[in-house]
Design a protein around this ligand. Structure first.
Ligand code: G16
Length: 544
């Protein structure tokens, strides 16, 4: 067919290595960058079809987020800024794995199944992180889109959540904001300044925040945002990419998994610090105390801080809206207990991956979702937003209610509701701490985490592990869950689970117990069980 002539020609410039198969994982395709050129071209094709189908702009972000610098990947963004629909993940895998000679057939198959009118216009927004491979890979995406006659807007270097925001702004015709970086900075900074500028007696120390930029895109974007917010927040940036390597010994994933401070940040005792990940969609906070003990405030603590704040404001505003928190199996047991027993909020647990949490959070008036790794945001239903805006405008309510409604309105504007956004989350946290007059230590003391440990085990094929119950139980290989159950019984307040990663070629092991020693030992014993029963590669895992 003539309309596919250009695809046929251009795909030869982005050939698929024969026999290479890749799966759409937790957040898109992700592997060593050298295997991804054909994937990017094909995701350009798929995004164009998705755009024609939805009659909307679609986003394609070239990034491998927390993975090492030599990896890369791609995340597809649907019209409202959310992750691409699950059925299209399957098409992505089919298209990615079609051998060169079958590419056109795979493409036509999707067009037929989805009944796509090829005469429809298409528009695709493209962004990329700072990896050395990202520029060439985003060019492959552009080639894919143009070969199907789609229009592109290349935003170049942007954080993942910034691209999600742009897509949403475009498809809501500007109602969500203006689809430019300037528009993003204006929207967030105005809401942040509104929230903080009337807070009395804030010292310079309270306005100071140390930020580890993971040597990635988040550092660049913070430099751009800084002039907009400088009067209320002084960000001291480290790991800004000028010398260090992306995510190497720094960044949110390193800090969370290793439970220690990143290199390259000089932290004073008690100083408030935070880390972004490689594409700035995750954030974790931390500090060291006077005994040099490291304290991590992860996604669970962030969810608790924000949901407590929102609940208090709703009470003050006299609004009857339900707040729920969505977590995954990695959520610390103490956080779940605190939210359910003390805060009395509904808590639900989903599989790992923001797409799952996002979906679950949409079921509530206000859905706060955070993975323990610091990836998350808050969703406000349309009805909830309407009630808040109407209360702000209502001249018959008292000052206290009006003030609370105004704070809620600005909080809604400060939150990037399309996806977890480290910059937006950071500003929300800073605003909440300022308004509530809380130090990072006060925040940390809301509840005490159960000691925990995360490990990785390499196996020959991680797909042998299948899980159920929001990934909390393994159904295969046979005997693995029984082994985990009997190991867990040996420890007090203990819990453990294993699951195949969807971003790295490893099996992840999580354990918690009443002591750090217990959590470490349990995690090691479960790792040994995985190695023995799930086809471990190389030497057995060593004790910590
Ligand atoms: C991605 C996903 C997250 C997920 C993380 C790890 O994060 O967006 O939802 O928690 O991968 O997933 P897995 O354990 O399956 O490897 P990011 O920040 O790397 O894009």
């Amino acid at each position: 067919m003539a309309e596919f002539e250009e695809v046929a020609q251009k795909s030869k410039l982005h050939p698929k290595p024969e026999g290479l198969t890749l799966q759409y994982g937790t957040a898109g395709f992700r592997t060593n960058a050298k295997h991804l050129d054909h994937i990017m071209f094909r995701m350009g094709l798929l995004a164009t079809l998705r755009s024609k189908k939805t009659k909307s702009t679609i986003g394609v972000m070239v990034t491998a987020s927390h993975n090492p610098e030599e990896d890369n990947g791609v995340k597809l963004i649907d019209p409202m800024g959310e992750m691409v629909a699950a059925t299209w993940e399957e098409y992505a895998t089919q298209l990615a794995n079609a051998e060169q000679d079958h590419l056109l057939a795979a493409l036509k198959d999707i067009i037929e199944k989805e009944d796509i009118s090829m005469s429809e216009a298409a528009s695709v927004y493209i962004g990329r992180d700072t990896r050395p491979s990202s520029a060439a890979l985003s060019q492959a995406v552009l080639d894919g889109v143009s070969s199907l006659g789609g229009k592109t807007h290349d935003y170049g270097l942007v954080s993942t959540p910034q691209l999600h925001y742009m897509v949403c702004c475009c498809n809501t015709k500007g109602r969500y904001g203006s689809a430019t970086l300037e528009g993003y900075y204006q929207k967030l900074s105005q809401a942040f300044l509104q929230l903080t500028h009337n807070v009395p007696n804030r010292t310079d120390d309270q306005k100071r925040l140390l930020l580890d930029g993971a040597n990635g895109i988040g550092a660049l974007k913070m430099k751009e945002l800084e002039p907009f917010i400088r009067s209320e927040l002084q960000v001291v940036l480290s790991n800004d990419g000028s010398s260090g390597k992306l995510n190497h010994l720094c960044g949110a994933d390193y800090v969370k998994v290793q439970q220690k401070a990143p290199q390259g940040v000089s932290m004073g005792v008690g100083e408030r610090c935070c880390s972004f990940d490689g594409d700035a969609d995750r954030i974790v906070y931390y500090y060291t105390d006077s005994k040099n003990c490291f304290h991590l405030l992860d996604g669970d603590k962030i969810a608790t801080l924000i949901s407590t704040f929102l609940k208090e404001l709703l009470t003050q505003a006299g609004l009857n809206l339900q707040v729920a928190v969505v977590q995954t199996a990695y959520a610390n047991g103490s956080s779940t207990r605190y939210l359910e027993d003390v805060m009395k909020v509904a808590v639900c647990c989903t599989k790992t991956g923001v797409k799952h949490l996002h979906h679950a959070a949409q079921e509530y008036d206000i859905g706060v979702y955070f993975e323990a790794n610091g990836h998350g945001t808050v969703l406000f239903s349309k009805a909830a937003q309407k009630q808040i805006v109407e209360l702000v405008k209502d001249s018959n309510v008292n000052d206290e209610r009006k003030h609370a409604a105004k704070l809620l309105e600005n909080t809604v504007n400060l939150i990037n509701q399309t996806v977890g956004d480290a910059i937006s989350d950071m500003l929300v946290i800073e605003a909440v701490l300022a308004i509530r007059g809380m130090s990072v230590q006060d925040w940390d003391e809301i509840y005490t985490d159960l000691p925990n440990r995360q490990l990785k085990v390499t196996v020959s094929d991680r797909r042998v592990i299948n899980t159920t119950d929001a990934e909390r139980r393994a159904v295969t290989p046979e005997g693995l869950q029984d082994a985990i159950d009997s190991l867990v019984k040996k420890y007090k307040n203990a819990r453990s689970f294993v699951r195949p990663s969807g971003t790295e070629d490893v099996v992840r092991v999580y354990a918690e117990a009443d002591t750090q020693e217990g959590a470490d030992r349990l995690a090691h014993e479960v790792s040994l069980a995985v190695h023995r029963l799930a086809g471990g590669v190389g030497d057995e895992p060593k004790p910590l």
